[in-house]
Design a protein around this ligand. Structure first.
Ligand code: HXC
Ligand code: NAP
Length: 277
């Protein structure tokens, strides 16, 4: 689908790039000629990922710590500027919201909202000062706009990241820095499923209750991310692209669910009724 050099010469930081979707995106970016840089809190995970990628710059960094993010960006910039940032790192778990402690709320908001802001503003400041063209891509979720029960801090934080994306797309777009987001539906990863999926039957529902009846494949999201990081998408700015097989729309439409409950006889009876027979 893509030219092999689509991302050649681009240095792209993927936060949380040591696991899951972040690692899948970093792998695809590298296949397409980019130099991925990955960060996360666990050095062993990053080292293993760098080996799996066939080489990648790694930085141990807790993005909740603004000073640590700045120090990481200084270290990265020593070898030259980044050309892209993928805000992928996240924290999340299901819980009844009334049981959440302040530390639990802060843990999720700290990673998703504050960490994303620190990374984006830190990179943006450096790019704008140097007049360097660059792209930011943030991984949100479809419940950034619908909200979702049982993951309220995550929904609040992802909504904030979407607001940041749209706001900065306007503020920085004319100065060479564009920002977009991807809103994925279910893409099974160990990190997400162990925190969000309590039983196999719930996994089955999450993965199949979309019009396509299947979960997303990592390569599908990685290809979308590659397009949005590439210069071919230069006129896409401030957009959020949903990749969920139609899942959230299926949940939203008033009559969407009835197809599974209607027999041929039910449809025929409705038609006879409508024709007044
Ligand atoms: C209630 C919980 C909890 C749970 C943690 N806490 N897990 N409360 N239910 N399941 C509380 C703790 O008791 C503690 O509060 C506070 O949260 C901080 O917990 P720590 O373990 O000390 O925090 P920390 O080590 O910083 O870990 C952060 C984390 C953890 C978010 C809690 O899960 C993490 O590291 N996650 C990173 C990876 C991740 O979440 N990946 C999934 C992204 S998936 P107290 O008050 O007791 O001290 C995603 C997809 C969404 O976003 C869409 C899917 C379709
Ligand atoms: P994952 O494997 O758990 O990825 C989360 C990554 O973030 C980990 O590598 C983790 O590494 C890193 N991270 C967490 N806290 C961090 C911190 N404070 N500082 C730096 N790095 C941190 O989960 P995933 O499923 O691939 O999720 C990736 C992204 O996709 C997230 O933004 C998620 O919200 C989004 N998403 C996923 C799905 C899905 O179905 N999987 C659906 C919608 C959206 P360390 O723990 O080593 O720090």
């Amino acid at each position: 689908m893509f030219q092999a050099d689509l991302l050649a010469g681009k240095r792209i930081l993927v936060t949380g790039g040591g696991t899951g979707l972040g690692l899948s995106m970093a792998r695809r970016f590298r296949e397409l000629g980019a130099a991925p840089v990955i960060c996360g809190r666990r050095p062993d995970v990053l080292e293993e990922a760098a080996t799996a990628l066939g080489g990648a710059e790694t930085h141990v960094c807790d993005i909740r710590d603004a000073g640590a993010v700045d120090a990481m960006l200084d270290a990265i910039w020593q070898a030259g500027p980044l050309d892209g940032l993928v805000n992928n790192a996240a924290g999340n778990f299901i819980a009844r919201s009334e049981t959440l402690s302040p530390r639990a709320v802060d843990a999720v908001l700290g990673i998703v909202l504050h960490g994303t802001a620190y990374a984006t503003l830190g990179c943006g400041r450096r790019w704008l000062d140097a007049g360097h063209r660059a792209t930011v891509l943030s991984i949100v979720t479809t419940y950034a706009w619908t909200g979702s029960a049982y993951v309220v801090p995550s929904a609040m934080a992802k909504a904030g990241v979407l607001a940041m994306t749209r706001s900065l797309a306007v503020e920085w777009g004319g100065r060479g820095v564009r920002l977009n987001a991807i809103a994925p539906g279910p893409f099974p990863t160990p990190g997400a499923w162990e925190r969000l999926v309590p039983k196999p039957e719930i996994a089955g529902m999450i993965e199949t209750r979309n019009p396509l009846g299947r979960p997303g494949e990592h390569i599908e999201l990685a290809n979308l991310a590659s397009y949005l990081m590439a210069d071919f998408s230069a006129y896409v700015n401030g957009e959020v692209v949903t990749i969920d097989g139609g899942e959230w729309l299926k949940g939203a439409g008033e009559f969407n669910f009835i197809g599974d409950m209607m027999t041929d006889e039910d449809w025929a009876a409705m038609r006879r009724g409508g024709e007044g027979k």
